[in-house]
Ligand binder design. Structure first.
Ligand code: BV8
Length: 271
């Protein structure tokens, strides 16, 4: 039985690496990108998560992120997050290694108690200065004030009929020198933080067991990790509602909701 064979690996592996995507937070109420929740008003999230979108319409992009900050602030870790945190404790108590690489910016893994987390795409709670191309012009730093500025109060409703707020630039988030601020996350077309990417790559290169959870495996470089690990002959597993770009690389596939599968699969169901 595949599950038993996989669970035997969980007991003996020396460095298990887990990669998560939006699907691990779906049961916490955080919309995914490519499912039914993938649209905000009439835009795909991926259309707004770019420096170009921010240059064209910083007010619209800030409405989008204000909506997500407002929503995620009310979300709590689900059994999938809790099971991963409990499993990390179990593995590290055995003197073995656990690395959690997440594409998510919602902070729910840390909120669930996960410790060794690589935030590949940054954090929803970070802001940084934007240059005239919309690219990062300072190191992202955390600002959990919500809303960040009075002009964003109540703004960002996702309904397609909602009119854009067209907030004047001077009323948008700015630093104490008046520079326009942007969300401190990694946008499409932007490089990842080199230190963060190096931490993730080291874990990928060292893993002797790899589990991908709740990701469509479309966005690079994260989408490339599973095939790198599989190419070394290291067993990979996928937990997902449906098949994805990772499925072909995975020896084990567990189809269903992460919040239902992970507690039993990781044998931490007494979380
Ligand atoms: C970069 C932060 C160098 C912002 C995000 C190579 C080939 C092709 C393209 C590229 C390439 N290399 C680089 C690129 C360009 C681009 C890219 O990959 N484009 C894609 C669209 C083809 N990559 C980049 O730009 C990256 N930068 O590589 O720098 C460079 C620079 C310039 C030019 C070239 C290279 C930066 C990418 C980071 C973008 N930022 N997020 C924000 O969140 O606002 S990406 C964002 O979308 C997420 O972080 C995540 O990574 C991605 C969404 O994917 P998922 O998490 O997988 O979510 P999705 O909804 O798609 O899927 C959910 C899954 O869960 C589904 O499978 C579903 O079935 C499942 N599910 C749902 N519910 C459950 C469930 N599973 C289990 N249980 C459930 N309950």
């Amino acid at each position: 039985m595949a599950t038993q064979a996989f669970q035997a690996l969980l007991q003996t592996c020396k460095h298990v690496v887990v990669l998560t995507g939006a699907g691990v937070s779906a049961e916490s109420g955080v919309p995914t990108f490519r499912g039914s929740g993938g649209l905000w008003r009439t835009w795909n999230a991926t259309d707004l998560a770019t420096p170009g979108a921010f240059v064209r319409d910083p007010s619209l992009v800030w409405e989008f992120y204000n909506y997500r900050r407002e929503l995620v602030q009310r979300c709590r870790p689900n059994p999938a997050h809790l099971a991963l945190a409990a499993f990390e404790r179990k593995v590290t108590e055995d003197g073995r290694r656990f690395t959690l690489i997440t594409q998510n910016i919602d902070g729910l893994h840390a909120a669930a108690g996960s410790r060794n987390v690589v935030l590949l795409h940054g954090s929803l709670w970070d802001v940084c200065r934007a240059d005239r191309h919309g690219m990062k012009a300072s190191k992202p730093c955390e600002n959990r004030k919500q809303p960040l500025v009075p002009a964003l109060e109540g703004k960002g409703a996702p309904d397609p009929a909602t009119m854009a707020a067209d907030i004047p630039r001077e009323a948008l988030p700015r630093d104490d020198k008046g520079h326009l601020l942007r969300p401190g996350v990694v946008w499409f077309g932007e490089n990842l933080d080199p230190d963060v990417l190096s931490r993730a790559q080291q874990a990928v290169d060292d893993a002797d067991l790899f589990i991908t959870v709740g990701t469509s495996s479309v966005v690079y470089p994260a989408a490339g990790f599973v095939s790198q690990v599989a190419a070394r002959g290291v067993p990979c597993a996928e937990v997902n509602l449906e098949s994805s770009g990772a499925t072909a690389s995975c020896k084990y596939t567990f189809q269903g909701r992460a919040g239902e599968i992970l507690p039993d699969l990781l044998e931490v169901s007494n979380v």
